[in-house]
Design a protein around this ligand. Structure first.
Ligand SMILES: Nc1ncnc2c1ncn2[C@@H]1O[C@H](COP(=O)(O)OP(=O)(O)O)[C@@H](O)[C@H]1O
Ligand SMILES: N[C@@H](CCOP(=O)(O)O)C(=O)O
Length: 290
């Protein structure tokens, strides 16, 4: 039996729409076992068919390796909520790719896995950290994805998950196709500063660069609690952002006390929003055998 463990992600990191992301210590677990026919268990019945993203990605690897698609029993044990902005779709694609890689002992290198996953997901910002761990910067160059891992640890995080879903495809439609030149300049400065601050544990610079012009100004309208939570965090000098395409929001601080106080404030003011303490996953997707 092959077991694949994939971390959740917080894609975009506010100022890195479609290129930056962070791996979190919240996991989906997938098992692949030989079987006479394809069988899928452990997920909503609507996903128990050949359109399941794990199966789609597994098939993509078969095509890439020029081998036949085998039949197996796939079991999913999910901690990552569906359509919440924590990379549930990325986790399925990464599991299918890592599962097939293990099944065929193909020894695909990590960057090829990122490229295959990105071809299916459409953008690399969630699949790259799910595969590589920590934080990463990724983009397409010719027909391959280039990723740079930004090592980071020591941050305390809180993911705040409203009790409604936002479908990623729909959340992409609210974003305009262009922005002004001066805003684009600031965006570049913010993104570069943010990644260095994340690595250097520099909370002041992280806060000063956590201001986006590409997607948050448009998507905040889809998340009714955003403005209030944003104000709470920024008044206390630590950053928060919309995780992936939302509606989950994420705050981090180098001071654990800030995150504990935010948790208590959330419990009091937004009891319907599920909150979960997180730290940064260090190693990305992992596979073991039984
Ligand atoms: N546990 C799961 N089991 C099966 N399919 C899943 C699971 N989690 C996510 N998916 C797939 O991912 C899709 C959600 O993708 P998306 O809206 O992009 O959400 P997210 O922001 O969480 O990635 C679902 O419609 C389904 O196809
Ligand atoms: N850049 C994408 C990221 C989507 O991440 P997800 O976790 O919501 O799947 C976007 O913002 O649409």
């Amino acid at each position: 039996m092959i077991k694949v463990h994939v971390p959740a992600t917080s894609a975009n990191l506010c100022i890195g729409y479609d290129c930056l992301g962070l791996a979190l210590d919240l996991y989906n677990h997938f098992t692949f076992e030989k079987s006479d026919a394809l069988e899928i268990t452990g997920c909503d019945p609507q996903f128990q068919n050949e359109d399941n993203l794990v199966v789609v990605a597994f098939k993509r690897v078969c095509q890439y390796l020029k081998v036949d698609f085998p039949s197996f029993h796939l079991h999913i044990d999910a901690q990552i909520p569906v359509s919440s902005g924590l990379g549930s779709s990325a986790s399925c694609l990464v599991a299918g790719i890592a599962g097939a890689n293990a099944w065929f002992e193909a020894n695909l290198d990590l960057q090829s896995m990122v490229t295959l996953a990105t071809q299916l997901e459409g953008h690399p910002d969630n699949v790259a950290p799910a595969i590589l761990g920590q934080a990463s910067i990724s983009y397409f160059y010719k027909d391959k994805v280039i990723s740079t891992i930004v090592s980071c640890h020591g941050w305390h995080g809180l993911v705040m998950m409203p009790d409604y879903q936002v479908n990623t495809k729909k959340a992409r439609k609210v974003i305009p196709s262009s922005i002004e030149h001066d805003k684009a300049c600031l965006q570049v400065a913010h993104a570069l500063t943010f990644m260095q601050a994340l690595q250097n544990k520099d909370e002041d610079k992280l806060l000063a660069s956590c201001m986006d012009y590409l997607h948050e100004p448009y998507r905040r309208q889809l998340i009714k609690e955003y403005d209030d939570i944003h104000q709470y965090c920024f008044e206390r000098n630590f950053p928060m952002w919309i995780s992936g395409s939302g509606p989950t929001m994420m705050a981090i601080s180098i001071k654990e006390e800030n995150i504990r106080n935010l948790y208590l404030w959330m419990k009091e003011n937004y009891p319907n929003i599920q909150c979960h303490f997180v730290t940064i996953d260090q190693k990305g997707v992992s596979v073991d055998y039984e």
